[in-house]
Design a protein around this ligand. Structure first.
Ligand code: ADP
Ligand code: MG
Length: 297
């Protein structure tokens, strides 16, 4: 348990008492909340330098599910990392909620990520020693100072909406891949993020689980007004997207608005309250527990 506490201490630093980055409190659905302008990013140096992003400009809107697609090595993960505040670009700018992200101080950036961003990766990054319920609870307890009873209530509500109530007491080793990814999604969404960044969240899942995951992310965009950006090379996700961006060799080559998704035949959610439940006012600072990943896919 001591080791776990030390690990958590490294991953979860409570924000300092300094005020959080100012953000607009009212956003109109469909307004641009995240943008990249002329982004460049290279790796290596001298003769071995290669450019993963070669001047990418993109605008992402509130309440939309965006797919970032393209062949392997085209720069998708690099672009997601640059837009999400995990990887500094060589050139260009990222604007989020009216702030220039890469001009923030490290402290401001940390607070911005904690308050606004959630990350979902292919590898789940769940804590092996914690149950599904505890994976969500800990985000609220450590990040927001949420009392135990309240954290449990919110964690259970989100797990219920993910169809995971009867697995809430299980640890990652006792869950299937699809279940683990649902817990990872619950952990990302329980803090009600403004931005959800997901890199290949369905690539290790079968068709059904993949569809469920993308539906959950889509619902989060629609019902809560989150901006969701998903890197994928699975065209079967396209019908769920509001916008699809295609990247090739570090450049954006195409942007499209796919056909609307087919009518849903079933829901993971047994109740239909917004997903996840809205925050109460006056709660403490928030945190994300996700482990930043290198840009390489
Ligand atoms: P994708 O996600 O589309 O597969 P990436 O963004 O991971 O592509 O990579 C784009 C290019 O940048 C690739 O050529 C890749 O090898 C290179 N790259 C990405 N991350 C690193 C890194 N950490 N070090 C060196 N090269 C990298
Ligand atoms: Mg990748």
């Amino acid at each position: 348990m001591c080791r776990l506490a030390r690990l958590l201490g490294r991953l979860v630093s409570r924000p300092s008492a300094a005020p959080a980055a100012p953000v607009p409190t009212i956003l109109r659905r469909g307004s641009t909340v995240l943008s990249g302008a002329d982004l460049t990013r290279s790796f290596g140096s001298g003769g071995t330098r290669s450019y993963a992003l070669k001047g990418v400009s993109v605008q992402l809107k509130q309440g939309e599910l965006n797919l970032l697609m393209g062949p392997s090595g085209s720069g998708k993960s690099t672009l997601l990392a640059v837009l999400s505040g995990l990887l500094r670009p060589d050139g260009g700018a990222v604007g989020a909620l009216g702030r220039d992200v890469w001009r923030m101080s490290e402290d401001e950036m940390e607070r911005f990520r904690l308050r606004h961003c959630s990350y979902i990766f292919q590898g789940y990054n769940l804590f092996p020693a914690l149950t599904a319920r505890e994976q969500l609870e800990i985000v609220l307890k450590w990040g927001e100072g949420c009392p135990t009873r309240e954290a449990r209530k919110r964690a259970d509500h989100v797990l219920g909406q993910l169809g995971m109530t009867n697995k809430a007491h299980l640890r990652p080793a006792q869950l299937s891949g699809g279940e683990k990814q649902r817990v990872a999604i619950g952990r990302a969404l329980v803090k009600n993020p403004t931005f959800v960044f997901a890199d290949e969240p369905t690539s290790a899942l079968d068709w059904d689980n993949g569809q469920q995951v993308i539906r959950l992310l889509s619902e989060n965009a629609k019902q809560r007004g989150a901006m969701v950006l998903v890197v994928t090379h699975d065209p079967r996700l396209m019908p769920h997207a509001d916008r699809v961006f295609e990247l090739d060799d570090g450049q954006l080559t195409h942007e499209s608005t796919p056909a609307k998704p087919p009518a849903r035949t079933h829901s993971l959610a047994h109740d239909h309250t917004p997903f996840p439940p809205p925050h109460k006012r006056g709660q403490g600072p928030r945190v994300h527990l996700q482990i930043p990943q290198p840009a390489r896919s």
